[in-house]
Ligand binder design. Structure first.
Ligand SMILES: [Zn+2]
Length: 138
């Protein structure tokens, strides 16, 4: 049975609200599953990039690669990560005006990875997803 991404998003929305990091959100953004080449086109302008998911500021939609296995908790948590970006956007935490754009970006990612790791730890999964940040460059 395919995973209902909208139901999954609502579950994550409740989890995110419980964390108390952002103002409580009532609704999930649209979540669309698309093929990996369309996703890479959207996230990184076409070239072969490692993106598996993307929150698009322009249409306020979360895009997930159809290569993600949404029965798998680590893959699933990527939707939560993108949901954090949505929360950052709609609660005015996207840009930190006191720092450079690059630092704003890294702070957004750090916050998203923290929530993602919290969820995984709550499910007894030790998977330091935030380590990817070490490879992020501005
Ligand atoms: Zn991110």
């Amino acid at each position: 049975m395919p995973v209902d991404v909208n139901a999954l998003c609502v579950t994550f929305l409740l989890f995110l609200n419980q964390q108390g990091v952002y103002e409580n959100l009532d609704t999930c953004p649209p979540v669309r599953v698309i093929d990996v080449s369309s996703l890479q086109e959207l996230a990184c302008g076409g070239s072969d990039c490692p993106a598996k998911a993307f929150y698009n500021l322009d249409d306020k939609t979360i895009y997930l690669s159809n290569e993600l296995d949404l029965e798998n908790a680590v893959h699933k948590s990527i939707l939560l990560h993108e949901l954090v970006h949505y929360a950052q956007d709609v609660t005015g935490k996207w840009i930190h005006h006191d720092v450079s754009e690059c630092r704003s970006y890294l702070m957004r990612e750090l916050a998203a990875f923290k929530v993602q790791e919290r969820y995984l730890l709550d499910n007894n999964i030790q998977h330091p997803v935030g380590r990817q940040l070490l490879m992020y460059r501005c």
